[in-house]
Ligand binder design. Structure first.
Ligand SMILES: C[S@@+](CC[C@H](N)C(=O)[O-])C[C@H]1O[C@@H](n2cnc3c(N)ncnc32)[C@H](O)[C@@H]1O
Length: 212
């Protein structure tokens, strides 16, 4: 993983929660959390790219055990500060330090777009048990008008101060095709949106099981 990319998240860590709400709207992560709150029986779960731990507590309520991981030690130190007694580990989700087939659930919240997606999804597949569940929440800019797209990029530049050059967006079709090719069966795909502003990005909420 490029040093420059890790440095980007390290520098952003203290401002991340306000930056992401400014960019995507402050209702979108609560809406994703509401969706997670409706999940059940997530058993032995790993969270990839957990950042400052926004979804960690909710995921913990829905699972028997949870390990939350992120590439950035700085993001994790904020998560550790907020959430005592949770297990956080520094890890690249494209190269997980776990054996094959040990997790019942993998959750990736707002992280796939910052990875080489095929690599990250293959790695999720590898660490899932047969029939294990992958839940992805990933931003999608394909619904934005040209004005919305410009506004989004401007907000990202102002709040992130610079854009990590590895960041790229996938629409729902691309994610679904990739999942299918890797060996997942997509069981549901939804779009989460903040209706208060048409210029906010939408989020694909996709669930897939590992066909093994
Ligand atoms: C947009 S933030 C999302 C954080 C959190 N899931 C949330 O929704 O608030 C993206 C996170 O992914 C992490 N990240 C980026 N690339 C990663 C990788 N290859 N492996 C693990 N984490 C990664 C970043 O450090 C950052 O914390």
């Amino acid at each position: 993983m490029a040093e420059e990319f890790i440095k980007f998240w390290a520098e952003l860590a203290n401002r991340y929660d306000s930056a992401i709400d400014n960019i995507m709207g402050d209702k979108i992560r609560p809406k994703i959390r509401e969706k997670l709150n409706k999940e059940d029986n997530l058993k032995n779960l790993i969270e990839l790219g957990c950042g400052t731990g926004y979804f960690t507590k909710t995921l913990a309520k829905k699972s028997e055990s949870i390990i939350s991981t992120d590439i950035s030690e700085e993001m994790l130190s904020i998560a550790r500060e907020k959430l005592k007694g949770f297990e956080f580990q520094v890890m690249d989700c494209q190269d997980c330090k776990f054996d094959n087939g040990i997790f019942d659930t993998v959750f990736m919240g707002l992280v796939l777009l910052f990875t080489e997606p095929e690599k990250a999804l293959k790695e999720s597949y590898r660490i899932l048990k047969p029939g294990g569940l992958l839940i992805i929440a990933d931003p999608d800019i394909s619904f934005l008008s040209s004005y919305g797209n410009l506004k989004f990029r401007f907000k990202a530049l102002v709040n992130y101060r610079r854009i990590p050059n590895t960041g790229h967006f996938l629409n729902q079709g691309k994610i679904v095709n990739m999942l299918d090719k890797i060996g997942f069966e997509v069981i549901s795909k939804e779009i989460i949106r903040d209706d208060s502003d048409p210029n906010y990005v939408t989020v694909n909420y996709i669930k897939a099981t590992a066909r093994k």
